[in-house]
Design a protein around this ligand. Structure first.
Ligand code: SF4
Length: 276
């Protein structure tokens, strides 16, 4: 088992995972504060707050600089985000927002409050959702008030800019070779999104096995220009899903990264010309 694996555990299991890298989750801020001891802070990747309904004051002055991930179940809850703004006094804060219809308003408010955002890819997007995501992408790329990353757009942009980087499986925290999910019953498993995927004793190879099978089918993925960043992520669970819309979003990000590369090159050339 690789030491680099992060375990997403319920707060009541903190003691059992001491010494291992963990994400600790709870519906209550008060439980996170009560359960996570000082000695395990160094192993904390972050704490996850699974409900936007509880008190949050306990968390504000606890655990200096421990990242907090606020997990929204429904983007319509977005007005509740105002209550969490004070967390930024002491923590980097990310809001995980399901990538479903209505996510635009939630993301817009989250970034205006200066929260980082992770779009949780919860379904294979239909055209209406692709249109909403295109609006979001425009917000991420062009609005000056977006100072925090919006994932998966941000990592994808960097991937295209640098020509390398983490795949969507890692960015979405769904690669079992990187992150394992410990159920509320204490069972070690892979991400709930991959429910139904076939895997043997070795969790580490789940994604690689799935990708090998996808490529062997010689379908849309085989010739896809975005394979290196996507790795077939959008073909789960329905392999017949058509990726035209998804690819258009990747293409917009690729073009934006290319434009920035050109601008930087021109700037460097100009600087060179101005040197005595
Ligand atoms: S965008 Fe679609 S076709 Fe391309 S790699 Fe991803 S899942 Fe495969």
């Amino acid at each position: 088992m690789a030491d680099s694996v992060v375990y997403n555990i319920p707060a009541r299991m903190v003691e059992e995972y001491l010494g291992r890298r963990v994400i600790v989750r709870s519906h209550k801020a008060s439980e996170l504060v009560a359960r996570v001891p000082e000695e395990s802070m160094k192993d904390l990747a972050c704490v996850q707050l699974l409900s936007l309904d509880g008190e949050v004051d306990d968390l504000i002055h606890w655990g200096d600089l421990v990242p907090v991930d606020i997990v929204m179940r429904d983007p319509a809850e977005f007005p509740k985000l105002y209550r969490y703004a004070d967390l930024l006094e002491n923590h980097p804060v990310r809001v995980s927002i399901p990538m479903v219809p209505g996510c635009y308003k939630a993301v817009k408010l989250a970034v205006s409050l200066n929260f980082a955002v992770k779009l949780v890819i919860a379904q294979q997007p239909d055209q209406a959702l692709i249109d909403e995501l295109a609006q979001l992408l425009d917000l991420y790329l062009h609005r000056p008030n977006v100072a925090q990353p919006v994932e998966y757009f941000h990592s994808t942009f960097l991937f295209f800019f640098h020509g390398e980087g983490a795949s969507l499986w890692s960015v979405q925290e769904k690669d079992p070779s990187v992150i394992r999910y410990i159920s509320d019953e204490g069972k070690e498993t892979i991400s709930p999104r991959l429910e139904g995927i076939a895997f043997g004793a070795d969790c580490d190879s789940v994604v690689a096995d799935y990708q090998r099978a996808l490529l062997a089918e010689k379908g849309e993925c085989e010739s896809c220009e975005f394979w290196d960043i996507c790795g077939g992520y959008f073909k789960w669970p329905d392999k017949q899903y058509h990726c035209d819309g998804v690819k258009s979003l990747f293409r917009t990000l690729k073009e934006a990264a290319g434009e920035l590369q050109c601008e930087l090159k021109s700037f460097e050339e100009l600087q060179g010309e101005m040197q005595p």
